[in-house]
Ligand binder design. Sequence first.
Ligand code: CO
Length: 222
Amino acid sequence: MKKLEVPARKAMPLTTRMMLQNKAWAQSQVDRDPRFFARLADQQAPKVLWIGCSDSRVAADTITGTDPGSIFVHRNIANVVVHTDLNLLSVMKYAVDVLQVDHVIVCGHHGCGGVRAAMTDQDFGLLNEWLRHIKDGYADHFDEINAISDPRLREDRMVEVHAIRQLQKLAKTSIIQKAWATRGSPTLHAWVYDLSDGIINELLVIDSNHEMKPPYGFDFSK
Ligand code: CO
C-alpha cells in the first residue's frame, strides 16, 4: 500500500499573512463604524504632523492610540530635521499650509540605533553623512553628555538633546514662522518615547509667542 504523502506544513509567507490580516482589519473597522472608509476616502484632515524615527517600534498612530486619518507622518533614521531636505520640507509645507495642522511633533526615542551609532567612531559608510547631523549636536553638548557616567543614561540624554535641537531647527524655518505670523499655529512639541515602557514624555514646547533671535527671525511684512 502506498504511503500517503502529507505535504510538509509550510509557514505562511509573512506578506501573505499581512494581506490576510489587512482584510480582517478592514472588516473590523467596518463592523465598528460602517462609514469609516467612506469618510476617510473623501478627504484627510489630520491636525498633527509627526516627524519620527523610521524605527519599526515607534509607529506614530499605534503608540498614540489614534486612527488612520489623524496624523500626517514623516519618518527618517533618528528623526533628523535637515532644513535643506526637500522630502521633509515638502511634507512640512503641505501639512502646515494646506492641511493646516495645529501641532508638529518631533518624537525621538530611547534606544535609538541612529543616535547610538552617531555617538561612536564606527564607520557606517553612506550613513556617516546622515549621522553627521546628530554628531554635530553631540559635539555641541559633548561635555554635558559625557559627564553622565552610565552609558545608557548618557545615550538617553543624547536622544533627548537631539529631539530638542530638531524642534529648534523647525522653529527656524520660514514655513513655521510664516504660519505663526498668519494664523498663530502650529505649536511645536519635542517628545521622547521610551521603548522599555511605551510611555511618551514631553521635552519642549515652542508656540507662536516664541521670540526668534536674529538672524533666524523673518519679517513677513517687508
Ligand atoms: Co531611532
